[in-house]
Structure formats: structure tokens, C-alpha cells
Design a binder for this molecule. Sequence first.
Ligand SMILES: CC(=O)N[C@H](C=O)[C@@H](O)[C@H](O)[C@H](O)CO
Ligand SMILES: CC(=O)C(=O)O
Length: 309
Amino acid sequence: MKDINKYRGIIPAFYACYAPDGSISTEGVKALTRHLIAKGVKGVYVGGSSGECIYQHPDERKAVLEAVMSEAKGKITVIAHVACNNTADSVELAAHAEKCGVDAIASIPPIYFHLPNYAIADYWNAMSAAAPNTEFIIYNIPQLAGTALTMPLLNEMLKNPNVIAVKNSSMPTQDIQMFKDAGIQARGADGFAVFNGPDEQFVSGRVMGADGGIGGTYAVMPELFLKMNELIEKGDIPAARDIQYKADRIIYKMCEAHGNLYAVMKEILRRMYGLELGGVRAPLPGLIPEDEPIVAEAQKMIEDAVAAL
Ligand SMILES: CC(=O)N[C@H](C=O)[C@@H](O)[C@H](O)[C@H](O)CO
Ligand SMILES: CC(=O)C(=O)O
């Protein structure tokens, strides 16, 4: 049986790292990887929403993954999101990710056209066949993808022995239980993982049975999510919930900016740690001068919450 322990914990979604001219900064990628390893995270999720994957060329995505692996290989779990919306490019990234030695590949469903389940299964299985020795994680994020993971589709995908987990970013925590149940039925109690997606309800997702979390805001405040996870493992839900409330207020504050959430978080990492990760790629809106007090306030909220741990 496969070992899902490497997925049990806090796995930040990796941010796109740019040089001042807007090209990929592999130096930034390496620095962010080292930073997150030093913080004690379980792994990283590379090239997902937070990695601005839909705005990057497949060659850029390969360069990012190679830079991550140069720092992370053998130290933490690495999950590479490889979906490109067309099958050929996704298959190419899947094969590349296996060559790099990642722990798992992951994919959203095809976006824009709403395809039937059999077409989505073909798309995912084509990627998985290109990385036959690598585990496969289904990424369910219906509010952005426009397509939700259904039970018939999950059960079809469970026929593929590489399918090891669902990263669930839908809002009902009930979905975690449904996916987990189906996975356990097919793979046994320790054979299938579900990740909590919405950071704002990490504690409830874990209580509902998520094995760990993959989240877009973890990288800017990993201490808070690591502590919540530790408290949940000890069964101290009230203490975990207190931190969850603080994290949620920080997320709401960061979302007040005109600039995109990812731009805010990269700017906070620059201010707190000198990490030069650049801005966000158009059409995502960048920060404007009026965002300054929001960034400063969110940074202070993070520092205060971490100091209170
Ligand atoms: C919709 C979306 O992007 N969800 C992410 C992944 O599940 C979350 O990690 C969010 O980035 C996070 O919860 C902040 O809203
Ligand atoms: C947030 C997240 O999980 C992603 O970057 O896809």
C-alpha cells in the first residue's frame, strides 16, 4: 500500500516568483523554497493557483519546478500541479515532473468548456500515464474551475491505482467526508488522503477528516497553520479555533487591497524576510500606493499572531 503520511501536514501553495522585468526568478524560487523548509512545513504545492500557473508558459513552469527540486528534493514532499487546460502540454509537464522526482502530480479539471466526466477522466489519466511511477492528486476547486468533482468521476478515477488524494477547495466540509469515504473504500483506511483547501476553514476541514491542508495563505504565516495542526492532533479544538479566527481576520485584511491577494502576500514576505519575489502577472492587478496601509496592517497582524503562539 502507498504511504500517505508524507501528505499529512501543512503544505503551502507556492507563489509565482518574478524578477523585476517580469520573467521567472529561479533565485526567488530557491529562496522561497529554503524559507519554507526552514519554517518546518511538510511540503510544497508547486504551480497551482497561487503559482499563477494559468499565466505561465509550460517552459517557465518546468524551470520553476526544477528550481524547487534543487532545494527540496529528499527534504520535503513536493506536489507539482501540471494542468495546462490542453492535454498535450499537461502530459508534457507530467512527464517532466516525474523526471524531476516529485512525490505527486496534481490537476484541476479542464476549464472553460464544461466537459463530460469521461473526457475529464481521459484528460487526467493521460497525465497519469505520462508519470506512471508518480502519485496523482485530483484538485477540486469548483468555484474557479467551473466544474465540480462528482462521486461517479472520483470512483472512475479510483480505478487508477496512482490516484492517492483529493485536494478539496470546495466550501462544504461535507465534501471532504464524501471523498474520504470513497477513497477509503477503494484503498483502505490509510490508503487515501484528502487535503483541506479553504484556509479560512482549515480547522473544520481537519476535524471533518482532512489529512492535511494545501493552502494559498500558508506561506505568509506558516507558524499559524503549523500550530493549528499541532493543536488539532492533540485534540485541543478551542485553542486551534482561536488561531483560526486570527488567520481569517488576516486573510480578510489582505483581501481588502486593490492589488491581488498574491501581490499582497509577496510584498509581506519581502518586508518580513527580504524575499524578493516580484509582483503578479497581468491581468492580475498589482499593488497601488493606497494598498500600503493594508499591507502594513496585515503584516502587523501576522507578527502579533505569531508572537502570541
Ligand atoms: C479559491 C482558492 O484559491 N482556494 C485556495 C485553495 O484551496 C485557498 O488556499 C485560498 O487561497 C485561501 O483560502 C485564501 O482565500
Ligand atoms: C491555493 C492553492 O492551493 C493553489 O495554489 O492551487
